[in-house]
Structure formats: C-alpha cells, structure tokens
Design a protein around this ligand. Sequence first.
Ligand code: NAD
Length: 449
Amino acid sequence: MNVTVIGAGYVGLVTGVGLASVGHQVNCVDIDADRVAMIQRGEVPFYERDLPEMLQKVLSEGRFSATTDVESAILRSAITFIAVGTPTINGQQDLSAIKTATHTIGRILQQSDQYHTIVVKSTVLPKTSREVVYPILLEYLSKGQFGVCMNPEFLREGTAVNDFMQPDRIVIGGSDKRCVQMLTELYAPFQARIWYGSLEEVELVKYTSNALLATLISFSNEIGALCEATPNTDVRNVMQMLHMDQRLTPLIDNHYVSPEILTYLQSSFGYGGSCLPKDARALRAYGQSLDIPMHMMESVIQVNDERPNVMIRLAEHHLGDLRDKIITVLGLAFKNGTDDTRESPSLAVIDRLLVKGALVRGYDPRVKAIDYPEVSLFDTSENAIVGSDAVMICVNHYEFVRIKWSELAPKMRNPLLIDGRRLVLDVDKPMSANLTYVQIGKMPSQADD
Ligand code: NAD
C-alpha cells in the first residue's frame, strides 16, 4: 500500500521505516528540511538502535523516501498517518501541530476523488479524533470521501524498532468500517493481536497505559522515600521481596518468570521522557475538565515532581552547602538507550543543583548538547569526574558500571558517589576505592554500609 507519514520524529520515522520494511511504499514528510535531508541520506536524526540500518535498507530498496513535499506524498497515498508532537503546555494538551497537519491533509485531498484513510498516530486525548480531526477534514471534504482512524503507538524509545515490528497489540478505532478495514490490511504483515475499539477507547488506552507506568514508578518512589526515612530498610530489598509474590513473579514450568513490568516497580528519582510526564498531566487536565478530581494522577505527578529532590538532599547531607561545589551528573537522557532529554529527571536534578549554586558538569555517552549554557559537558565520564566534589549517577548506562573508581576517586576533590539508579551496587566496585558511596532508597547514614 502507498502510505504517507506526517512527522519524521521518533514515532513517525520508526512507523514509516517499519511499514516500508514489510513491503509498503512510504513517504515520510516533515516540515524540518534539515531533518528530511538527513533521513534521505540514510542518517537518523536521533539515537535509536537498529533504525539506521533499517532506514538505509528501505531507502536502497526504493520503498521509503523522506520529503518536505507533502502534497505529492499524500496524492500518491491511500493512507496518511499523523505522527506530529502533542506537547502539554500549561497542563493542557496542545493540538496545534495536529490541527495544522489535518488542515494540510484536507486541503490537499480536495484534489483527489479517491477515498482516503487518515490515521491519528500521535497520542491525543479522548474525543480529539472525532471532535477535532474529523470536523477539520469535513471543512474540505465530503462524508464518504475519507475516514479517520485512531491507532496509538506503544513503542518505547531504546527498543522502538523491535516494539514496532513485534507489537504486543495493535489497537484501532475508526469513524467507519472502510478505514478500519484499510488499516487492518496495512498491518496484515505484522504478527500481532489487533483489538478494535471506539475512537475514544483507543485514545484513552494510550493514556491508561502510560498512567499505569507512571503510577507504578511513583508508587515505588514513595516507598523509596519511606525507606530513606526508616532505619534498617533498603528499598531494593523491600521491592525484591514484593516481586516474589507469585502474582508478580509466577512459577511457570518450574521457572520463576519475571515480567518486564517489574522494572517499573523499582525506586529511583522520577520518571521522565517525552511521554509519561506530559501524558499524566494531559490525563489529569482531561479528567478535571469533566469535573473528575483525578486524585490518583494528581498524586502520581506530585510524587514525581518532588522526587528529584532526593539527589540534592543526599548531596547536602554529605557536602553541606552546595554553593560552588563541583557536581558531575552522569547520564543526561531520560533513560538508557536514547539521546532524548525531553523532561529528563537528570535535568530536573540539574535545575535544582543550579538553584543551589553548584557548578554542574555533565556527561552522557549519547547526548552531546543540552539547553543549559551553565553546565559544562565533557567528552568522557573520566574527564567529567576528575576534580569533582560529587558524582551523581542518573542513568543506568552500562558504561558507568565499568568506571574504575579506584583510579578516579583519588583524583576527585571529594570522593563522593551518589547512585540514583542503584547501578554500581551490582558490581560492588566502589567500596574498595576509598569512596563515599551513597545510594537512594535507604537512610543516608546507612548509605555506606
Ligand atoms: P517528535 O517531536 O520526535 O516528532 C514530531 C515531528 O513532527 C518533528 O520532526 C516535527 O518537525 C514534525 N512536524 C510537526 N508538525 C508538522 C507538520 N505540520 N508537517 C510535517 N511535520 C511536522 O515527536 P515524537 O516523539 O515522535 O511523538 C509524536 C507523537 O507520538 C506524540 O503525540 C507522542 O506523544 C506520541 N508518542 C511518542 C512516543 C515516543 O516514545 N517518543 C511513543 C508513543 C507515542
């Protein structure tokens, strides 16, 4: 099938390349000409494992192209995906990119007499497809000339290609049977369970899914905060004992099976990224607009907003006033496996350190620039660590596990390591390095045990 994807970001590019790789003819459109030129050269504008190889393959096979020419792309296609950003601004979902893209599609399709399926791939609140996207298209087109589907994306940055190619579910809602049928045919090459719902149900399930993940993380972080205030407790142990509940870790064929969802039941210093924070806020606003108080989301967000403070408290516990202290933040992306820093908890820590007057250094193996002129970025973790008063591990990059603390600790101004990801404990290295090793999730006074 001939397909257009509007928006060549994390979701749009993975969707476009993924669909091309199973045999569809895909045009990926973006308003950012530099981004389009990069993609056309076979370069991915962000870090995502396996995507460059796949992009180069579909480009060389002639099944994929990136363009700014939205008109010829749409007129060649039967299906157009909308995969533009839907940020939350002042607590409310901002649909301006969705609306612009929809107007563009409507205007272009006036030149066509073929039925066209428009698929909302972006995360949008319930009623957006039916009450915003559909009516905009009706300004240009007649009923029966088009259909609107909602098909949210569940991929995770870091494993996006695998998630798209082997989805655990494909959920589809549609304004009529024809568009749902077309989208079902498009996905036929994928081995996945397809679930059909109303437009509003499939819009809501994306938020429900992200709200659950955010809730598990905030729950774990609240337990972590309790452990930090309770002697003789370590949240890691508490969580380990929780996980042993057979409802969480079932015994199947004599093997304990540890579902991936348990990774969200580990305490850290907050969730981040381009989805969980904004989607939790948008869901809260949506519920409140319906006079539903949204106590759960409110608390989940509050816990998350407060949680980065633990890193500051631990630093102050050991260093006192942080003014003019050199603090190195290791890991700037919102998680491992990506270079995406949108709403990264590391940046929330950096914000607080700067307010305290600390001199902040940063290093991340994948992030080469951040929007903080005050922060000195280093090209290696070693260079960033030497001369510091404290190092904070903020992302669980494997590279950080291999840091030779015995060599670096003597070169620090003050050998303090604060592990916000409970990473280094696994290899038991820093203890021998004359380093004060502090971990979140237990009382600071016990932290060196
Ligand atoms: P992104 O910011 O990485 O990409 C959006 C792209 O759309 C940008 O390249 C931008 O230039 C382009 N764009 C904006 N307006 C355009 C227009 N009118 N015409 C052509 N291009 C236009 O965003 P993303 O992370 O890919 O997210 C897209 C949507 O998918 C959001 O709703 C997000 O919530 C959702 N989502 C994201 C993820 C994720 O992990 N990033 C996962 C699931 C769902």
